[in-house]
Design a protein around this ligand. Structure first.
Ligand SMILES: C[S@@+](CC[C@H](N)C(=O)[O-])C[C@H]1O[C@@H](n2cnc3c(N)ncnc32)[C@H](O)[C@@H]1O
Length: 349
């Protein structure tokens, strides 16, 4: 079979629903194409771009294969160079690979144009940083047992989770909407009455809704197919918590005095006489973020690290205390950290 020339078939992300979330490049490519093949909901988002002169095929899950095959045959037979757009809700690179991969098989190549995903909009509305979250889609036809485990592990480890559930009402064993997600977590030992969750429906459209509550409240509650679930477990963690990384005042003080330090485990600034700030920075640099947060919650360490004057005073007048704290920090690390409370997702004080 001869492949269709590259650049003639586009998988275009058109955003979650509102045309206001459509990118300029997506508009340009859709505006200039000849054939559009898409689901009804997705076509609605770009209706204003589907003027005369375009052939538009509205497809369903069961009709799309036949339509795509006939469009591919048309392209292969046609003398003129027609371009095809397959619009995808949200981002074409998120939770769409089963179709995008099929496009590549049928057309011999496909160019992907990114869009704004529903998970981005949901994360933004929930105030959850995506880089501190596990983003999981259950909206696939392949088995999702591995994904369920991935979700449980992420939640147990304290990560936020942005989740696309799986509507499959005709197959209750495959249906995995918010109610089933909540029951699943409860059955796996999660204290769902204490876990916060948000569910966003029909994002960016006039029908948009938002539910905020506990995970246990999701059981028995119905949501539309068009929803995103956000488990927000993130805590504020601004750059001010890492001031020793960039604050010159702190760095300048490394040689100011102190000297009582034991040095950080496996590193630190041993021998420079900067046992206060320097060794502490070494210590903090060595440990994971949870332990670092624990140490940084210690007001004395905050004073040492954040305030030049206090730091100088601490190093010159309170050597004993400074050294003691470093020992304490090293001990915490050596023992593998304090006990971790799985339900509250935090270390015990
Ligand atoms: C096959 S996935 C596609 C995800 C899409 N590619 C994206 O980036 O948003 C379809 C699911 O995405 C979610 N979704 C898409 N648009 C949405 C919207 N406007 N509001 C809420 N959920 C949406 C729903 O869970 C829907 O069932």
């Amino acid at each position: 079979m001869v492949a269709v020339a590259e650049g003639r078939v586009y998988a275009v992300g058109v955003g979650p629903g509102s045309p206001r979330y459509l990118t300029a490049i997506a508009e340009e490519i859709i505006g200039g194409c000849d054939i559009v093949v898409g689901y009804e909901y997705t076509l609605r988002t770009i209706r204003h771009l589907l003027g005369p002169g375009k052939t538009v095929h509205a497809v369903t899950m069961s009709s799309q294969e036949g339509v795509l095959q006939s469009v591919a045959a048309e392209l292969r037979a046609g003398a003129e160079e027609k371009t095809v757009v397959v619009p995808f809700t949200g981002d074409a690179s998120f939770s769409e690979s089963e179709v995008v991969d099929r496009l590549a098989e049928i057309f011999g190549g496909v160019q992907i144009i990114p869009g704004i995903s529903s998970v981005q909009v949901a994360a933004a509305m929930a105030g959850v940083p995506l880089d501190k979250s596990r983003v999981i889609t259950m909206h696939v036809t392949s088995p999702i047992e591995g994904k369920k485990e991935e979700m449980r592990q992420a939640l147990a480890s304290g990560l936020s989770v942005v989740l696309i559930p799986r509507p499959w009402p005709k197959r209750p064993d495959k249906h995995f909407m918010p109610s089933e997600v909540a029951a699943h977590l409860r059955e796996h030992g999660f204290d769902t009455g204490a876990m916060r969750v948000s569910v966003f429906e029909s994002l960016t459209t006039e029908q948009q809704t938002r539910f905020d509550g506990t995970v246990s409240e999701l059981e028995g509650r119905e949501f539309s197919d068009l929803c995103v679930v956000v488990f927000n477990q993130s805590e504020p963690d601004s750059y001010m918590n890492y001031r020793w990384q960039w604050d010159d005042g702190c760095a300048a003080n490394d040689n100011d005095g102190g000297g009582g330090g034991e040095g950080a485990p496996g590193g630190g600034r041993g021998g420079d006489g900067g046992g206060g700030c320097g060794a502490l920075r070494g210590l903090l640099g060595q440990c994971g973020w949870r332990r670092r947060r624990l140490l940084l919650a210690e007001p004395y360490i905050q004073r040492l690290l954040y305030h030049k004057e206090l730091y100088v005073a601490a190093c010159q007048q309170e050597r004993h205390h400074s050294a003691h704290l470093q020992k304490q920090g090293a001990e915490v690390l050596r023992q593998g950290g304090p006990p971790y409370n799985r339900n509250r997702h935090q270390y015990a004080p």
